[in-house]
Design a protein around this ligand. Structure first.
Ligand SMILES: [Cu+2]
Length: 108
């Protein structure tokens, strides 16, 4: 009895890796000076959603009094160097129905 074994060798083409580096957007225009810098304190960071809950002071640029509320971050990476309880300075812009934090840094 003859046993014939067909070995089918599938040469899998190497999947081209889309090498998208995490460091995109390194050269951003410095827009921080243009917006009003508001005071805030970080209450919660939702890194998965790219959002923060801020207790904020008056936001004249969007006509809002002091309160605690959630903001989307323009870039989720903006939260990388922040933690809950941090006092921050930030700028905010209205984008459609959302208020988006366009820049944020720890207050000195
Ligand atoms: Cu508010």
């Amino acid at each position: 009895m003859k046993q014939i074994v067909f070995v089918s060798m599938l040469a899998l083409a190497a999947v081209p890796a889309l090498a998208q580096q995490a460091g995109q957007g390194a050269a951003k225009p410095a827009a921080t000076a243009a917006g009003e810098l508001a005071d805030g304190e970080i209450r919660r960071i939702d890194r998965a959603r790219g959002a923060v809950v801020l207790k904020h002071g008056e936001l004249k640029s969007v006509n809002m009094g002091p309160m605690t509320m959630s903001f989307k971050l323009k870039d989720p990476k903006m939260a990388d160097q922040l933690k809950e309880g941090d006092k921050v300075k930030f700028t905010v812009e209205q984008k459609g129905d959302d208020l988006v934090v366009t820049s944020i840094r720890k207050a000195p």
